[in-house]
Ligand binder design. Structure first.
Ligand SMILES: [Zn+2]
Ligand SMILES: [Zn+2]
Length: 63
């Protein structure tokens, strides 16, 4: 009998979750003083990918 692993509920088995820093877009607005307007820059939390490793399962998607 093999023990079945459960999907991680936090990330639904994907091992990754939407980045909370950019809400999954991978980009954040940063105000640029020298231009006086907002700049779109890659989110530092996910490095522009929009997803970040799930902290509950450590990225494995299982628990
Ligand atoms: Zn992000
Ligand atoms: Zn997870």
């Amino acid at each position: 009998m093999s023990q079945q692993k459960e999907k991680c509920k936090r990330c639904n088995g994907k091992g990754k979750i939407s980045c909370p820093g950019c809400n999954g877009s991978g980009e954040i607005k940063a105000y640029n003083e020298s231009f006086g307007k907002n700049n779109i820059v890659n989110c530092s939390g996910c490095r522009g990918s929009g997803t970040t490793e799930c902290g509950v399962c450590g990225g494995s998607g299982e628990k």
